[in-house]
Design a protein around this ligand. Structure first.
Ligand SMILES: NC(=O)c1ccc[n+]([C@@H]2O[C@H](COP(=O)([O-])OP(=O)(O)OC[C@H]3O[C@@H](n4cnc5c(N)ncnc54)[C@H](O)[C@@H]3O)[C@@H](O)[C@H]2O)c1
Length: 286
């Protein structure tokens, strides 16, 4: 059902790769809610992903860009304003990548070149995006910028590796730039901290299946899906959240406020009874 929440709004959605991507669901929902927008991703993602199908479905254009390149980002904003016929009202940063995770480097044995890439792609690109938009004055008053993050920024979650550091930086950038952009242009900047979700990026996290089961048992409302995340993003792009800024907003079924739940305790007790030989299991995982 559509509420026309984004009717008349223009946006840019970064990071739709395939139909599992959170950005893909956001694009579908924003289209349904009456927005017009452009899509952006890397050349490789456009070539090997399914984003062309999404563009067709949403009757829009794709602008290739590496989000770590300031000149690419300038092009995205310039072209989007041109294609959409005016300044931008909302931006989604749905970008993350770690070569240390991909190449299975342990957190105590990081490759620092990879770490620099992780931080540049997954966090500093958000600063670049905001700085480019700010300098170009590309976003309308009361516009909304959202980036996606994960609770590993606050708490240690096994297997998240250097992405935890990237998310901590990303959330800090949202606060620091949120102050400047709010003060000078009435633009809001927030991060949404999403439940673990099966996507291409999500599947790269070590132990993702166990993590999904654990967070599902721990969260009173269960894990939030990518489609539910899209609903939340749309509400933040809409005029109903105009005074929400500089926040890290949990969208996780209540997980972030939990310590132990009945369902998780039941599972834990069961595994104790079964005596699973946890020591050898831990050796395998480490
Ligand atoms: N899946 C999860 O469990 C989960 C949970 C919380 C937060 N997030 C965050 O959500 C966001 C979207 O991830 P997703 O789960 O939809 O996975 P995804 O793999 O579908 O999306 C990641 C996107 O980042 C893009 N990307 C990588 N390098 C880039 C670069 N240099 N320039 C531009 N784009 C680049 C990829 O092409 C891809 O489209 C990420 O920030 C991720 O960390 C995901």
């Amino acid at each position: 059902m559509s509420y026309n929440l984004l009717k008349g709004k223009r946006g840019i959605i970064f990071g739709a790769l395939d139909s599992k991507s959170i950005a893909w669901k956001v694009a579908e929902k924003a289209h349904e809610e009456g927005a017009v927008f452009t899509l952006s991703n890397t050349h490789t993602a456009i070539r090997f992903g399914e984003v062309k199908d999404l563009a067709k479905k949403c009757d829009t254009e794709i602008i290739a860009a590496d989000a770590t390149s300031v000149s690419d980002l300038e092009k995205v904003f310039e072209k989007s304003i041109d294609i959409l016929g005016g300044k931008i009202d909302f931006v989604l940063h749905s970008i993350g990548m770690s070569l240390n995770v991909r190449k299975k480097r342990h957190y105590s044995d990081l490759n620092y070149k990879y770490l620099e890439k992780t931080l540049d792609i997954s966090a500093i690109s958000f600063h670049k995006m905001l700085q480019v938009a700010y300098k170009m004055d590309a976003i309308n008053e009361w516009g909304s910028v959202v980036a996606l993050t994960y609770i590993a920024a606050q708490r240690v979650l096994y297997g998240y590796n250097d992405m935890a550091d990237a998310k901590a930086l990303l959330e800090s950038i949202a606060r620091s730039f949120g102050y400047i952009y709010g003060r000078d242009k009435n633009v809001r900047v927030n991060t949404i901290s999403q439940s673990p979700t099966i996507t291409t990026a999500g599947s790269g996290v070590k132990g993702i299946d166990g993590l999904l089961d654990f967070t599902e048992r721990m969260s009173p409302l269960g894990n939030a899906t990518a489609a539910e995340c899209a609903d939340y993003c749309v509400s933040l792009f809409s005029d109903f959240t105009r005074k929400v800024t500089m926040q890290n907003l949990y969208h996780d079924g209540g997980f972030s406020s939990m310590g132990m739940s009945l369902k998780a305790m039941a599972m834990y007790n069961k595994s104790l009874e079964m005596d699973l030989g946890l020591d050898s299991l831990m050796d395998d995982l480490d």
